[in-house]
Design a protein around this ligand. Sequence first.
Ligand SMILES: [Zn+2]
Length: 219
Amino acid sequence: MKYYDIHTHQPSVHPEDIAVINFDPIRMKSEFLSEENQISLERNLFSCGIHPWYIENAEIQLKELKSLLFLPEIVAVGEAGFDKLAQTSLSVQQDIFFAQARLAEDCAKPLIIHCVKAWQEIIAAKKRIRPHVPWIIHGFRGNGELAVQLVNQGFYLSFGEYFNVEALQAVWPDRLLVETDDKQIDIRLVYTKLAEALSVDMELFTHQIEENIIGVGIK
Ligand SMILES: [Zn+2]
């Protein structure tokens, strides 16, 4: 069985599991250029983007991002999004988000989204852009009602260690992805928790997640 971690900040516990490790474009560039990091880079997949908390020098960040996205190891753009708790104003966040959403369209790679307290904004953004690439909301911990609303708008939702069971049921089977994010935990543990919460056999669950990974174009 193959296990996929759609959003993490560190390599997987089991080297054979497939992790999409997230980097800021500036850091990604330095990792790719540094000799000692080449091995871990070869073994993993990556997402690269500008997080709403870390919009610093947006013009340079976007330029670096654009220069990296052709790399086959980078399989998704993000995490990008809206966060009402971030220092940066929502209008600047929106500009950076739209720029990244357009880059995701240009390179035909899915967009991984960080969204905090800005659900109407993210739904409005999707209606405005009408993307061809999948939009994946990572770390989803909202309720069932919100999950239904997002699935109806065509989003994928990625779940981690803690989640709302009704929301999980709303996205199962074909809109669900799995992640560890910044937790130093085994992705297999998250798989087990989700499969148990759904009362689904682990083999069936694992197979379905692989289908969904293919569905978002990562495999
Ligand atoms: Zn993250």
